[in-house]
Ligand binder design. Structure first.
Ligand SMILES: [Zn+2]
Ligand SMILES: [Zn+2]
Length: 187
């Protein structure tokens, strides 16, 4: 992927096994919306970390808090390693598999325009990048993941969460996950 290493905005995809599983979904609205989100907004100066989009106050909803995750397939654990503030357009590429399913062709076109603008690249570059992703690491990864899913899914009854990053209100988040019986601690 070397020739695309200059891209600021990249495509990511959450492995199927962990779809719909996020720390956020296990938290109360109050903890997320009244504590964590305002903290992340302020900390990032109300600006998208990728494209620097900086909406005015009535449009803060265009800024999303994205959970940066890693995955432990052996134990069925989503590892939260940080929280990013990114705009809705950039966010759609962090969850691109989902975006492709839920967005109209026109919305996808607009997103691709955003992608080429942020990365200062052409549509042809975008298409090459997509192709390369599909061919190389991406597909191999998916295959490996599918294999591991099959071999481990029988042993995993539910997905759990570990908090490895330094996130605001970390203690409250962990307490809440423990309450719900979905906290996983690495020793
Ligand atoms: Zn952005
Ligand atoms: Zn996200």
């Amino acid at each position: 992927m070397d020739e695309f290493s200059y891209f600021k905005l990249k495509i990511d995809a959450k492995p199927t096994l962990f779809h719909g599983k996020t720390v956020r979904k296990n938290l109360t609205q109050t903890l997320w919306l009244k504590k964590i989100r305002p903290h992340i907004l302020k900390e990032n100066n109300y600006t998208c970390a990728i494209c620097k989009h900086c909406p005015n106050e009535e449009n803060y909803k265009e800024l999303h808090v994205h959970e940066i995750e890693e995955y432990d397939f052996d134990n069925g654990v989503v590892k939260l390693i940080g929280l990013d503030l990114i705009c809705a357009n950039c966010h759609a590429f962090q969850h691109f598999k989902r975006s492709q399913l839920v967005l109209s062709p026109e919305q996808l076109d607009r997103l691709i325009t955003h992608f080429t603008k942020v990365n200062n690249c052409s549509i042809e570059d975008y298409n090459l990048y997509r192709k390369k992703l599909q061919r190389s690491a991406f597909e191999q990864n998916i295959e490996r993941i599918m294999f591991r899913q099959k071999s481990t899914i029988t042993k995993i009854d539910h997905i759990r969460f570990a908090i490895l990053g330094d996130i605001p209100f970390k203690d409250l988040v962990i307490e809440r996950l423990k309450q719900k019986g979905v906290y996983y601690e690495y020793s």
